[in-house]
Design a protein around this ligand. Structure first.
Ligand SMILES: Cc1cc2nc3c(=O)[nH]c(=O)nc-3n(C[C@H](O)[C@H](O)[C@H](O)COP(=O)(O)OP(=O)(O)OC[C@H]3O[C@@H](n4cnc5c(N)ncnc54)[C@H](O)[C@@H]3O)c2cc1C
Length: 294
């Protein structure tokens, strides 16, 4: 299995395609993830990542699914890891586990602050922000390739874009190899963010995170949870078909394909698809992009 940064370098400008999954909570979820992996593996992604449950609730499952992706599907894997609430010893435990399972790529995150504890303080020897975790991994486990998260529409805790980008620069300087964005629908906002990063001296590859809307009810969730803007054009087109699920999917899919195509024209290093453990939409987008149709 390879380091993602080495895959990126070997592509010499050709975009990378990658998929993100989450560890299912029950047997039915595992079944459907297995089926999705089986189909998506045919698309030969450059890498696939598995998220980490808040507060480490899915730690073992993340490692197990990344190992499965690498062994069963011969796809380079990346394990997400959130350090929130963890002592240094607990962090070391997880890193050792990843290492022993031949996981070479980590998406290193702080994680969300606990909603039920407004006075949260990290353990005394823990990490306050992702940059501290990244510095630790970079110095103590130099064998890992490190990805980190970034937010074209600003992280919800940040007071403004300038502060968020300064914090991002601190994170990158701590040893980040590449960045993956929060999902977004508005390419102009992403491009403005990319310009700001450039001006701030952030030079690592920034991979856009893509997640097509597949149900009208998702719009509210996405705008609240991921704080992302739904462009007027998309919102208007979807509202016309909000009660027709198939039409809505088709409209959203056409938008995502145009969004991806425009991003590729802008020279992004790759596209990272938030699959929600389902395969059809991602396959349709990738197939269309690769055929050069539409
Ligand atoms: C690509 C991607 C993958 C994700 N995967 C997961 C996952 O698997 N599991 C999960 O639970 N969550 C995941 N998340 C969500 C993520 O955990 C949350 O967005 C979380 O609130 C922030 O994590 P972070 O690593 O970006 O934090 P940080 O980079 O630490 O930033 C958090 C906030 O603190 C500020 N900040 C950063 N450093 C400093 C500093 N040194 N001093 C002062 N302020 C600072 C930032 O501006 C920001 O507002 C993911 C998000 C993305 C975009």
């Amino acid at each position: 299995m390879q380091k993602i940064i080495d895959i990126y370098k070997s592509r010499a400008g050709e975009p990378m395609y990658s998929f993100e999954f989450f560890p299912p909570k029950d047997e039915a979820g595992e079944e459907s993830l297995r089926a999705a992996l089986q189909s998506l593996a045919q698309m030969k992604p450059d890498f696939a990542s598995v998220t980490y449950g808040a507060g480490g609730s899915a730690q073992g499952r993340t490692s197990r699914w990344v190992t499965d992706i690498q062994r069963e599907h011969a796809i380079t894997g990346m394990a997400h890891f959130t350090c929130i609430g963890s002592s240094r010893a607990a962090v070391v435990n997880v890193l050792e586990d990843f290492k022993s399972n031949n996981i070479q790529n980590i998406m290193a995150l702080r994680g969300d602050l606990p909603r039920d504890n407004p006075d949260y303080r990290p353990p005394v020897d823990g990490f306050r922000f992702a940059n501290e975790l990244i510095e630790f991994i970079h110095s103590e486990y130099p064998g890992f390739c490190i990805g980190a998260a970034c937010y074209p529409e600003i992280h919800q805790e940040a007071p403004d874009a300038a502060t968020d980008i300064e914090n991002l620069k601190r994170k990158v300087d701590a040893g980040v190899d590449f960045l993956v964005t929060q999902l977004f629908f508005d390419n102009d906002r992403f491009l403005r963010f990319r310009d700001l990063c450039e001006r701030q001296g952030i030079r690592v590859p920034i991979i856009p995170g893509i997640m097509p809307i597949t149900a009208w009810s998702q719009i509210d969730r996405f705008t609240k949870m991921a704080a992302c803007n739904i462009p007027q054009e998309l919102q208007a087109a979807l509202s016309v078909v909000q009660n027709e699920p198939q039409e809505l999917r088709a409209t959203s899919l056409a938008y995502s394909i145009r969004q991806c195509r425009d991003l590729l024209r802008e020279g992004v290093p790759g596209l990272h698809f938030y699959t929600l453990n389902k395969s059809p939409v991602t396959i349709q987008i990738l197939t269309t992009l690769q055929e050069g149709a539409l």
